[in-house]
Design a protein around this ligand. Sequence first.
Ligand SMILES: [Zn+2]
Ligand SMILES: [Zn+2]
Length: 207
Amino acid sequence: MPLPAPRPSPGVLVLSTLADYIPELITVFAVFFVADMVYVLDHYFVHYDRDRYRKTHARHHRRYNGPKSGPQLDAFELSTYNSAAFGLLVAMSVLTLFTGNVGFVAGAALKWVHSLVFHCYQHGWWTGVSIRNVRPDRPPASWGLATASYHAWHHSNPNDTRFTFAESWAGFDRILEKLHPWLIRFTVDARAGRLYHLPARGERPSA
Ligand SMILES: [Zn+2]
Ligand SMILES: [Zn+2]
């Protein structure tokens, strides 16, 4: 009578199950990465669009620089985040239906959760205290995760030459700093001739 095959250990089982889902896991990461890059780019562009900044983003900076009042994200911000995330989810659901790869819809869902939960966590770091009174240290020009204090710096120093637009991976800011002399020419303020100084190629960002 043949001996029963030895049962694989739980570690081996987990690894082999993960290996089965490598294409899906890569897709989740790729969808999240691209969606997050679009958010960071939009954040950069709104800072160089005087009218859109006043109408949409200034409230976010104001809320945390004065005495804090109101929820972490107000009704307008919630609806902006939710409608952008919902649009992405619908588009990615279609891709999942066509390809059978659940990574598309999972990546979109992950980005939605990140926008709401992680951003609130970042603000929660200084809840109740005006960010000017917290005085976070200037973050290093890192390529790591955008921590709560990293995000806090953006609120109190939105025009710093060290970019801190990112809310997940600080590397987006390092790349933006390099692209800035070229990219700024595509911003609304630059096109409208509202910037006093356009940086030369290779010049560091300036306020
Ligand atoms: Zn901002
Ligand atoms: Zn914020």
